[in-house]
Each structure stands twice: as C-alpha cells, then as structure tokens.
Write a protein that binds this ligand. Structure first.
Ligand SMILES: Cc1cc2nc3c(=O)[nH]c(=O)nc-3n(C[C@H](O)[C@H](O)[C@H](O)COP(=O)(O)OP(=O)(O)OC[C@H]3O[C@@H](n4cnc5c(N)ncnc54)[C@H](O)[C@@H]3O)c2cc1C
Length: 473
C-alpha cells in the first residue's frame, strides 16, 4: 500500500506550483529527506506573492498611512497643512521591492534545503510521469519527463471572469490589475461583496476614490456574522461608499458619455446602472486544473473543477495529492501552506507517528478593512442553527485603555465557549489589529484551551489583548 514502501530509498517527490502550498510542501519534504523537484512556471511565492496577499496588503497599508495622517488632531498634534498624496511610482516600487524580497527569501530557503527548482510548465503524462517544458535564453523549448513516486498538484487558481465582462487591464479590472492600477481611479465600482470585494472597497476609498459596491444580497460579507458585517457597512456608509444592495451585475462596458468623457458602465439585473471611471471584478476564482494532464493521470475533479481530496489531501489516485486553492478548501494562503506541510508529512509516512489532522473549521481568517475583522472556529449563528448551547461574551474595545491611547476604540472582542467545560470554541474580533489579536483565540481553539487559560495568562498592560482576557472572564 502507498506509504509503506517509501522510507527505504529517497522518495522522488514532484511538486507542480511554487505558491504557499507548493513551496511549503517542498521545504518540509526536503527537510524530512525526500528528493524534491519543484516546478514553477512564473515566480516562487505564487499568486500569493505576485497578485494576492502581499500586494493587496501593501496597498492597504499605504491607504492606512493616509488615513492615519488625517487623524493627527485626535492625537494631540496639529493637522498638517497638506494632505498626503499618492506617488504612484513610489508605491509601485514599494510593492515590487517587498515582492522581490519575499521571493528571494523563499527561493533561498528552498535551495538551502536542496530542493531542485525548475522554471517551467508541468503536466501529468501518466500517474507517475510528469512532463516539464522549459525555455532556454533564446526562447527555444526543452521538453523532458521525470518520474515521481509522489506528486503534489499546487497550481492555485485565477480570477473568475464571467462571459458578460471582458476585463481590459486599464479600466475594467480584475484583482490582478490593481497593484497599483495603470491610472488611479477617481471613481470605481466594485462588483462582489465577499472578502476580496470589501478589501478593494476599503483600499480604493482610502486612496480617495468614490466607491460603489454592488452587493448581490442584502448584507456585505454574506457568509459572516451579521453583527460584524453591520460594523463594516456602517464604516463604508460613513466614508461615502455607495452600497447597491440586492443587485447582480449583468454587464460591464466602456462607454463615452454625452460630455465626451469615457466611463465604465455597470448594468444590474434590476435595471440599476452605475457609472464610474473604473470597475473591478471580485467575484471569486476558478482552479488552475486545465492543461495539467489530469485525465492522463486518472485524477478526478468535482463539478466545479477542483481536485477532490480526502483528509490527507490525497486525490482518488493515492500518490497524487492536491493542496491550496486547487483543492477547493478554504482559499487562504495560510491554509495552503498548512496543507503543503501535511502533504509532506504524509508522503514521508509521518502520519503514522504524531500527526494532527488539518481541521478547516479551526482556520483563522481576517479581512483587512477599516476596522479590521477577524474570526476563528465556531460562529454564533452556526451554533444557534444546530441548537448547540454556547456561552458568548463580548467586550467593546472602548473599555480598554490601549484603545483610548491609540485614539481608536471602535469594535469589540467576542469569545464563544462551551458553557459546561469552558473550552474556547471560537471568536471574532472587530477593531484595530484584529488580524494579529485573533491568534490568541486561534491557539486556544486549536489546543482546546479553556477561557480560564486566557484569563489567567499574565498579559501586557496596556495592550489591546486585555480585551481578550476580559471577554474570557
Ligand atoms: C486579492 C486577493 C487577496 C488575498 N489575500 C489573502 C490574504 O491576505 N491572506 C490569505 O491567507 N490569503 C489571501 N488570498 C488567497 C491566497 O492568495 C491563495 O489562497 C493562495 O495564493 C493559494 O496558494 P496556492 O499555493 O494554492 O496557489 P498560488 O499562490 O496561486 O500558486 C500557484 C502557483 O502554481 C503555478 N502554476 C500553475 N500551473 C502551473 C503549471 N502547469 N506548471 C508550473 N507551475 C504552475 C502558478 O504560476 C503559481 O505560481 C488572497 C486572494 C486574492 C485573490
């Protein structure tokens, strides 16, 4: 059986895709003694470094610096005469330098562990044969095949583009055209109100654009706690964001208006029309499973094109694994990395020793808006839906000294625990540094800690984390 015969000789482990799933699996498997080949057609670090997590959060951080510069009065300072203005070239350089630094760091880590890095495109020829196409300096292709004892498919996903819209990279944008866009939008319509959509609303609003958000339901972030979504909606309205609720976009086109000005026109199914200088699509992603030779390898996909996996990330073909966005689980870089790590352990037979299975329900996630939103584990609504008894404690940041010192006391900490045992089951945080603070609750949820473990921890004073201890009380 697969796994039993692997430890005697070095396992030839071939990984397709160098994003968080692929590069974490490669580093970990090489450390554990496998002979690892990692094939990446673009850059090590994947979409996460190139277009997703890193550039989006870099832009958001610059937007936050602009917001901070407007808040000087509340900090006992005189307001600066001139407002901070965006220097697009400097911003582009900043994003590129962060990406380069991270890519170099990840590449160095891989090579230091002895991973064989190949810049090329790979596809499966059979369950054990992987075809690699590289290009030499003159642009000539070189095609060869390697044998793999185990394969990891970690090719990620790309933005979903519906048939009613043709992005042009200039004014009709996908999320990949925004870091920064070729021309900065005066006004922008964001289509899609999930995590990516609301982050883009926040990002462009911070840079001074007039933003309209097309929300197909009656609540932004439809899958989140309504109380949390309400805080964000309130912030958007306060900042002048126009929320078009209950509307589905049906077309996005460039048009020249009567005054001869070029606009992007978004038409919705209920007849409403939004005009702006730009529009961005944030309606999810599709997996990169095409052209991967999965038929030849016998790998099954689900009806949405994702590789079906079991709890070890194995596909229906035991030695072919899938991790990251291609696996159709939570599309998060953090989850992709952890899946990669677990795959490496499974390939090397480590699950027979100590091995904690990945529990997707315990993944922490954050939304980098203003205020930040983060949650982990059981949600209040989900517990009520199944009639589960829970204890919910909520503390506003306004009662925390550090929030007053920071001149930002918006939001709250909510902890959900088991009333019988005190075990922490989940929580959500809205407010400054929520993405950092949620780690405390995430560790408690993963390690089955009790509320008393948080209460009795000697935390720093003054710190926002004191709200966590109070909520755990
Ligand atoms: C706008 C945006 C912001 C996001 N922000 C966050 C965030 O803040 N935090 C977070 O946790 N997640 C975030 N995500 C999600 C995160 O980016 C993804 O979940 C993560 O990148 C998935 O990692 P991956 O390894 O599966 O794939 P990827 O990072 O997509 O890497 C896949 C790699 O495979 C390569 N590849 C594809 N096909 C082949 C082939 N045939 N041969 C060789 N190489 C191939 C690609 O070039 C790519 O480099 C964000 C997503 C978006 C869209």
């Amino acid at each position: 059986m697969w796994g039993d015969s692997l430890n005697a000789v070095a396992t030839r482990f071939v990984i397709i895709g160098g994003g968080p799933a692929g590069n974490t699996a490669a580093t970990h498997a090489a450390r554990l003694g496998a002979e690892v080949t990692l094939i990446e057609r673009d850059v090590i670090g994947g979409a996460a470094h190139l277009w997703d997590c890193i550039p989006s959060k870099t832009m958001i951080a610059t937007g936050a610096a602009i917001a901070q510069s407007r808040k000087m009065e509340g900090m006992g300072l005189e307001q600066a005469a001139a407002e901070a203005e965006v220097d697009v070239d400097a911003l582009t350089e900043r994003i590129e330098s962060i990406k380069t630094r991270l890519q170099r760091g990840t590449t160095n880590l891989l090579t230091s562990q002895g991973v064989n890095l190949v810049k090329g495109t790979a596809r499966m020829l059979s369950p054990h044969d992987v075809e690699i196409t590289t290009t030499d300096e003159q642009g000539n292709p070189n095609v060869y095949t390697v044998y793999a004892d185990a394969v990891l498919l970690a090719t990620g996903s790309r933005p979903r583009i519906p048939e009613w819209c043709r992005p042009d990279g200039e004014r009709i944008l996908t999320t990949r055209d925004c870091y920064p866009p070729k021309t900065f939008p005066e006004s922008i319509t964001v289509v899609g109100s999930g995590v990516t959509g609301v982050e883009f609303v926040h990002m462009f609003a911070s840079f001074g654009a007039k933003v309209t958000l097309v929300v197909s339901r009656q609540q932004v972030l439809p899958s989140k706690d309504p109380e949390v979504a309400a805080v964000l909606e309130g912030n958007f309205l306060q900042r002048g964001v126009h929320l078009l609720k209950g509307a589905r976009a049906t077309s996005i086109e460039r048009e020249v208006n009567e005054a001869g000005v070029e606009e992007v026109v978004v038409r919705c199914d209920d007849g409403r029309v939004v005009r702006s200088s730009h529009a961005v699509l944030a309606i999810g992603s599709v997996p990169n499973t095409n052209d991967l030779g999965l038929d030849a390898a016998g790998v099954e996909l689900d009806r949405n094109g994702y590789v079906t996996i079991d709890r070890h990330c194995q596909s229906n073909v035991g030695h072919i694994y899938a991790a990251g966005d291609i696996s159709g689980k939570l599309p998060l870089s953090s989850v992709a990395s952890m899946q990669g790590r677990k795959v490496a352990e499974h390939v090397l037979g480590m699950q027979k020793m100590s091995h904690r299975h990945l529990d997707y329900d315990k993944a922490a996630s954050a939304i980098f808006t203003e205020p930040e939103i983060a949650d982990v584990g059981l949600a209040e609504g989900d517990a009520f839906a199944v009639g589960r008894k829970i204890r919910v404690t909520k503390v506003p940041f306004s009662s925390t000294p550090k929030a007053l010192i920071n001149n930002d006391w918006r939001g709250f900490v909510k902890i959900i625990s088991d009333p019988a045992t005190g075990v922490v089951l989940g929580g959500s945080i809205v407010g400054l540094h929520a993405a950092e603070l949620i780690s405390v609750i995430a560790i408690a949820v993963t390690a089955n800690l009790k509320v008393t473990d948080i209460v009795e921890s000697l935390l720093v004073h003054p710190a926002l984390a004191e709200a966590l201890a109070e909520a755990a009380e």
